[in-house]
Design a protein around this ligand. Sequence first.
Ligand SMILES: Nc1ncnc2c1ncn2[C@@H]1O[C@H](COP(=O)(O)OP(=O)(O)OP(=O)(O)O)[C@@H](O)[C@H]1O
Ligand SMILES: [Mg+2]
Length: 314
Amino acid sequence: MSIAIRADRLRKVYPKSPPGSPAALEDLTLEVPTGGVYGLIGRNGAGKTTFVRIASTQLEPTGGQLSVLGYDVRRDDREIRTRIACVPQESRPLYFLNVEEVVYLYLKLRGLDRTEARRRTKEALDELSLTEYRRRSVQRLSGGLRRRTLCAMVLASDAEVLFLDEPTTGLDPIARRQVWEAIRRTIREHRTIVLTTHYLDEAEALSTRLALVERGRLVLEGTPADLRARVRYPYRVTLEGSFPRSELEPFGRVSEIEGGVMVFTREPEAREIARRALARGTRLSMGPVSLEDIFLEVVGRSLSDEAPAEEAEA
Ligand SMILES: Nc1ncnc2c1ncn2[C@@H]1O[C@H](COP(=O)(O)OP(=O)(O)OP(=O)(O)O)[C@@H](O)[C@H]1O
Ligand SMILES: [Mg+2]
């Protein structure tokens, strides 16, 4: 397996951080395989953007090593920059250009010839339904359309590694899925994407591997199946109507929901609950837990483990 990005005990402390404040990244060690989507998830302030900014050579690390396509971020930043493209979390595209110009110029600046840049611009505008806006100045676009334009620029590029920091935040559900399709198309071209998102359905739908970061540290890493295998209760059963809680509690974690009850459990126990529910004529659904369930369990557990030692944090 070839590795696109390798982080080894990566550490970042922002200058002028108040004394005693935790590092933005602490001992982060991970490997992003070539080809596929590497999903980076975690709460606000976990360190995702810091990682993306260091890997895309916009920010110097404080300690540790980080290489992209075998190039070191400190020493070989120029080599890296020609091979990557980035949708930053916050950005202002060039306002005086129109949508088509901004995509085309970006591709030209990356060194594509005129014919290729034109072809890719047209395809990207079609792909993200931006063709009808192609003559509109970027300044007059809505927030979501501006974000889509930025995604079009980056996804149309020939970069080997793409960093997408919350690319679909603020996009409508249809546009969001168009970006997903563009991401899948990029992956079929054997390129590598690092994707950060708070939409866990998105992370789950797209990611080949996932890293869950919490307070600058890696807490969980692997394929979606690896992650599922690491939680205590990998199965979820939802029962409609009332069901005696005392009967369910021995099987796992029970929580009341609107119009019923939900049990987080293991597979054999899930089958047993289903058998009992069917015997009573109770309607049910069951299946593996979602990435969101895993996130809530793992982050919830790490918060409650640390709570007594740490200062309360918003
Ligand atoms: N420019 C900066 N100067 C000082 N501290 C910063 C700066 N940028 C981020 N931080 C701090 O570094 C930590 C990590 O922030 P980062 O932006 O990497 O988080 P994130 O995971 O991307 O969060 P979000 O999901 O909200 O985008 C936070 O504690 C944040 O306050
Ligand atoms: Mg961020």
